[in-house]
Design a protein around this ligand. Structure first.
Ligand SMILES: CC(C)(COP(=O)(O)OP(=O)(O)OC[C@H]1O[C@@H](n2cnc3c(N)ncnc32)[C@H](O)[C@@H]1OP(=O)(O)O)[C@@H](O)C(=O)NCCC(=O)NCCS
Length: 175
């Protein structure tokens, strides 16, 4: 299994993979909408490849922390998808590591996401509320679904790193 940046030639295969992993079209449409938006980070969007097959995909997108009427750019990890017949082999973990490593190398202070605290907690993430961050979670999501991984450039004394995370346009209005 190899991890590399996504390329335009991969887009149709990624579409099929994301649809299969989530079992619906919404997240595949989200991936396309991200690429059409200023939040897209092509240097932080990866595929996992086995032979000729794309078996995993992850994106890191731009978003903001809003505090005192100021918006500070940060990044979020979403979506993450592994082909159903390739799950539980560490591919998701490897994609998370690729995404967080490149964000760290780009001197991003942290990376936020929505997801299982069990899954992400075992992969370097922690409850975002413990670091002064709120995420705009759906009503049905447990508060601990708001997760953050602090990176090398994180400064706990920087007040712009605490506040309300604001998602980019492709994510607004999603259930
Ligand atoms: C979540 C997902 C990306 C994990 O990918 P993966 O390659 O199977 O993950 P890994 O092999 O690195 O880790 C597997 C472990 O994660 C656990 N896991 C998988 N999905 C989980 C979930 N939603 N909640 C909690 N744990 C989960 C598995 O039980 C397994 O645990 P084990 O090692 O103790 O058996 C994959 O299951 C997937 O694509 N799911 C559908 C899409 C999705 O939910 N994406 C995440 C949105 S935040």
């Amino acid at each position: 299994m190899k991890i590399r940046l996504e390329q335009p030639v991969d887009f149709d295969a990624i579409d099929a993979l994301v649809r299969a992993a989530f079992g619906k079209q919404m997240e595949a449409d989200l991936v396309r909408a991200i690429r059409d938006d200023a939040c897209y980070r092509p240097a932080m969007s990866f595929v996992a490849v086995e032979g000729d097959d794309i078996v995993g995909h992850v994106m890191v997108d731009g978003c903001w922390i809003r505090s005192n009427d100021q918006d500070r750019p940060i990044v979020m990890l979403s979506p993450l998808a592994v082909a159903p017949d390739h799950q539980r082999r560490g591919i998701g973990t490897a994609l998370i590591e690729a995404a967080t490593s490149v964000a760290d190398a780009a001197h991003e202070p942290l990376i936020v996401l929505e997801g299982s605290p069990t899954y992400y907690g075992a992969r370097g993430f922690a409850y975002a509320g413990d670091h002064g961050l709120t995420l705009p979670l759906a009503d049905w999501a447990p508060p601990t679904a708001a997760q953050v991984r602090l990176l090398t450039a994180y400064d706990p004394n920087d007040p712009t790193l605490r506040g309300d995370v604001v998602y980019p346009e492709p994510f607004t209005g999603l259930g």
